[in-house]
Design a protein around this ligand. Structure first.
Ligand SMILES: Nc1ncnc2c1ncn2[C@@H]1O[C@H](COP(=O)(O)OP(=O)(O)OP(=O)(O)O)[C@@H](O)[C@H]1O
Ligand SMILES: O=P(O)(O)OC[C@H]1O[C@H](OP(=O)(O)OP(=O)(O)O)[C@H](O)[C@@H]1O
Length: 231
């Protein structure tokens, strides 16, 4: 069986992902030229590399279309329901750190915790004639955190695919769920993370699709061990 490893083709994770494989003694090279979306591991037969975007890698892992992928844990948990049944986080790679957080306008002085936010959501309609709105591209993580974890049901998600931090100021939504790394975008937009508002601490991971055929394939453990040894 040919093993397929999906690595980021672009974006912030690309260089670091190939560097990890290099350190693990698994140097990746593109087939053809640098713009190629297929590659291989030098000196290793039976392994092919597919270069995809970080979000595609999460989806392909869920579909079992690739054996391994390097992508952010946030994208894995957002793309895949019951992610742990379908994939294994084989190694945390130490780059691509970003927290998925709940942030509210600075001027909401009385709102410091999710419980406070639950109180706001409960009487939002009475006060404003509509539900509390949350701008995010992280639908699944938001619903799990608000509804399942904190029992907050009275809200509406407004899909935001970019410039999410601008949504409260523009009136597109009341609060946001988004990723932050340095915090400077939140600060610039006068937003504040709730004290218990970190939904997920994400980083780039080596992720394995759970496939029955992996059980008796010694290359699977060997590959995970090689990567773990350098992280
Ligand atoms: N400051 C940051 N902003 C956005 N993503 C970050 C940041 N730091 C780390 N990441 C992580 O990078 C990953 C997203 O990477 P990137 O934007 O390159 O991929 P992508 O979402 O596939 O791109 P595209 O949206 O173009 O398909 C996520 O896992 C995210 O958590
Ligand atoms: O906490 P900070 O360090 O300010 O980083 C957080 C910001 O970085 C990302 O956007 P970016 O402009 O990098 O691009 P993207 O949204 O297109 O990925 C992300 O969507 C946040 O807006």
């Amino acid at each position: 069986m040919t093993l397929t490893i999906a690595l980021p083709s672009k974006g912030r994770m690309k260089e670091d992902a190939t560097a990890v494989f290099e350190r693990a003694g698994l140097p990746v090279s593109a087939i053809g030229n640098d713009r190629s979306y297929r590659g291989r591991i030098e000196g290793v037969d039976g392994v092919e590399v597919a270069f995809l975007s970080a979000s595609e890698i999460a989806r392909e892992l869920g579909a079992g279309a690739v054996d391994f992928g390097v992508t952010g844990e946030d994208l894995v948990r957002e793309s895949l329901p019951r992610a742990d049944e379908r994939v294994e986080i084989a190694a945390r790679l130490g780059f691509g750190h970003a927290d998925v957080v709940v942030a509210v306008p600075d001027i909401w002085k009385d709102v410091d915790t999710m419980a406070d936010l639950g109180d706001v959501a409960a009487d939002f309609r009475a006060r404003h004639g509509r539900r509390l709105t949350i701008a995010t591209k992280y639908w699944r993580l938001t619903q799990n955190f608000f509804s399942t974890r904190h029992g907050i049901q009275l809200y509406r998600i407004v899909e935001s695919l970019g410039a999410t931090e601008g949504a409260p100021a523009s009136g597109a939504a009341d609060i946001i769920v988004d990723i932050t790394s340095t915090g400077s975008t939140l600060t610039a937009n006068h937003l504040r993370i709730l004290s218990d508002g970190v939904i997920l601490r994400s980083e780039a991971c080596l992720v394995r699709a759970r496939k029955p055929a992996h059980g008796d394939d010694p290359r699977i453990e060997a590959l995970m061990a090689a990567v773990r040894a350098v992280c």
